[in-house]
Design a protein around this ligand. Structure first.
Ligand SMILES: Cc1cc2nc3c(=O)[nH]c(=O)nc-3n(C[C@H](O)[C@H](O)[C@H](O)COP(=O)(O)OP(=O)(O)OC[C@H]3O[C@@H](n4cnc5c(N)ncnc54)[C@H](O)[C@@H]3O)c2cc1C
Length: 474
């Protein structure tokens, strides 16, 4: 880094996994002075469990937060399976996936309660730089020097060189960049319950224990988008998620994390096998349920501000890809975004500082870093939306076939889950950005960042040439 590199002021909006990871990564850059603003009065998490797939562990290691999660914090199946798929009506096992053999043991998939991930990240963050109860309500592009003014609900204002929108699926920062982008209710709600493993174990009849709900994560599939997901979460915590179609008529479907009495739902699961019904009954009696209405939005054309308008803004995590929890890996995607953003800025500031006696042109360095960030992450999200489109088409075709119910269930599992749609769990975001930077440095003086294309599986292409790098990440 050049000696005369100035300090740039960065505001991170949101203290979820994405915002905390951004604080860790930007905190490693000596030229960044950051503040994280969170609207809630504390850094906290709603909801049930969260899966840490291999890509998430990889990022946690790079962030230096993996050591804050110990074996007692999570549940990992003993036989190395990642998930089972069962017919919800009779319990038949339809598919079982395993962690790939080359996975370092520490990076094997596991599941834990959400606040533990949050806590692990928070431990690595300089908490003196977190401002709580600060809800961002307005953003204004200033004419001079590429700065942005940010305004909070309590009247506090600040001016920053770079704004990082890590403010979740209902991102105010995204709304500023893309005013016409809208989320819509996907017609389904998830009812997430945390109960105790000992309660489940005590109530499950021995016959139903044969289905192994205590030994690993299970999707219990039915037709019509209705399923139940069960999984131990480590310690004595057990998670039950029931997902079901809910039409928006007359109900408040903006419900997110509202307490819910699961007894209201039990009659809708009567066609499920006894094991699932027993689990739901225990969950209703002994657990705490929250309702989550699922929203999603179309893919964004870019996950940064408009460079021509000088908008020095990066979106990350759910703000950059409103996927509504698809793939159960959004926290991992958020960590990848944060890591990539840090590396992109480190590169662009290093580059702009080198050999210059006038110091770094901050606006230009920020713009180049954001361009590289966008070129690296947007293709990944394009590929993820592509998987969803493929699944949607597959589903529509299957419904058209009009198969008997049990056949439809097994065909759906075979076609959707057997089609190797899990490459995102093995993606190596750090390798992608490393290769992109290597390639840019190699071609320095000839290439511009704007000519870089990196697709979702790690092919790096520069200046209209052929894809030059190996496929990585799968
Ligand atoms: C049903 C479901 C299941 C999921 N399962 C998994 C899973 O198993 N594994 C996984 O990795 N991911 C999972 N996800 C996805 C994961 O929860 C999200 O992708 C992840 O939380 C995104 O992190 P984030 O930091 O981008 O956003 P969030 O976690 O939403 O954090 C955003 C933060 O910004 C704050 N904020 C919002 N607006 C403002 C404002 N105006 N001013 C200041 N602060 C603001 C919020 O209070 C919040 O703290 C699931 C999601 C759903 C819905």
């Amino acid at each position: 880094m050049a000696i005369n590199t100035p300090t740039i002021k960065v505001a991170i909006i949101g203290g979820g996994p994405g915002g905390l990871a951004a604080a860790i990564e930007l905190g490693k850059l000596p030229f960044v002075s950051w503040t994280l603003y969170e609207k809630k009065p504390q850094i906290s998490e709603t909801g049930g469990g969260i899966s840490l797939q291999r890509h998430t562990w990889r990022m946690l290691e790079l962030l230096g937060a993996d050591g804050n999660i110990t074996a007692g914090d999570y549940f990992r199946p003993e036989d190395g399976h990642t998930v089972q798929h069962r017919n919800a009506r009779d319990g038949t096992l339809l598919g079982k996936s395993y962690t790939p053999e080359d996975t370092p043991p520490k990076q094997a998939s596991c599941r834990m309660v959400r606040p533990k991930l949050q806590g692990a990240l928070l431990k690595e963050v300089d908490q003196a730089k977190i401002q709580l109860s600060k809800k961002l309500v307005a953003i204004e592009k200033l004419q001079d020097g590429g700065k942005l003014r940010i305004v909070f609900e309590d009247g506090f204002e600040d001016e920053v060189d770079l704004l990082v929108g890590a403010d979740g699926i209902r991102s105010a920062v995204r709304q500023f960049l893309f005013p016409s982008h809208n989320l819509s209710y996907i017609g389904q709600s998830a009812y997430r319950t945390l109960t105790s493993t000992s309660a489940i174990s005590a109530h499950l009849t021995s016959k139903n224990i044969e289905f192994a709900p205590l030994r690993g994560p299970i999707f219990w599939h039915n037709v019509g988008g209705k399923y139940v997901y069960t999984c131990p979460l480590g310690g004595d915590v057990f998670e039950v998620t029931a997902r079901i179609r809910r039409l928006p008529d007359g109900q408040d479907h903006v419900s997110w994390g509202q307490p819910y009495d699961l007894h209201h739902l039990l009659s809708e699961y009567e066609e499920f096998c006894p094991a699932v019904r027993e689990i739901l009954t225990v969950a209703a009696a002994e657990g705490n349920t929250q309702e989550f209405a699922m929203f999603s939005g179309p893919r964004l054309e870019r996950c940064v501000g408009d460079e021509d308008r000088g908008e020095a803004v990066a979106l990350l995590g759910d703000a950059s890809h409103p996927l509504s929890g698809a793939f159960g890996a959004g926290a991992g995607f958020a960590l990848e975004d944060a890591y990539t953003l840090g590396k992109a800025l480190e590169w662009s500031f290093g580059r702009r500082g080198d050999g210059s006696d006038k110091g770094v042109d901050v606006e230009r360095a920020v713009a180049e870093g954001l361009r590289l960030y966008d070129r690296t992450r947007s293709p990944h999200y394009k590929d993820l939306y592509g998987v969803l489109d493929k699944m949607g088409a597959l589903n529509a075709a299957l419904v058209k076939e009009g198969l008997p119910v049990d056949d439809e269930i097994s065909e759906r599992v075979k076609r959707a889950w057997g089609a190797k749609n899990d490459w995102m769990y093995y993606y190596k975001a750090d390798e992608i950005i490393r290769l992109a930077i290597l390639e840019l440095d190699r071609k320095e003086g000839v290439e511009e960042v704007s000519n870089t294309v990196i697709d979702g599986v790690g092919n790096v292409k520069l200046d209209g040439s052929e894809m030059v790098e190996v496929r990585i990440g799968i």
